[in-house]
Write a protein that binds this ligand. Structure first.
Ligand SMILES: [Zn+2]
Length: 95
């Protein structure tokens, strides 16, 4: 269990529940260069194949759910997918 329950809790809420985790992560992100992180992640995937499969599944489900429910606002002369009608109105591209 764990990964299914996490699916239904928004990221913001999870951050509030575990504030230290997020900080640790961003510190690590700032300190460790990207190639090293990628190598670490690849090593992790090799070491825990089931884990990463579950993560991939979780991520794909989450991405689908998000793209399905968030509407986009577009207008002529602009290829940006605005996330609110206000953003579209303020947009300087095209019309
Ligand atoms: Zn626009």
């Amino acid at each position: 269990m764990g990964f299914l329950t996490r699916l239904f809790i928004p990221r913001k809420v999870r951050r509030l529940v575990h504030p230290v985790r997020g900080v640790k992560r961003s510190v690590k992100k700032a300190v460790v260069p990207k190639p090293v992180r990628n190598a670490m992640w690849t090593a992790h995937k090799v070491a825990h194949p089931v884990d990463s499969a579950a993560y991939a599944l979780e991520r794909s489900l989450r991405t689908k759910a998000r793209t399905a429910k968030s509407p986009v606002y577009m207008h002529t002369g602009c290829s940006v997918r605005h996330r609110s009608p206000e953003a579209r109105t303020k947009c300087r591209n095209g019309r």
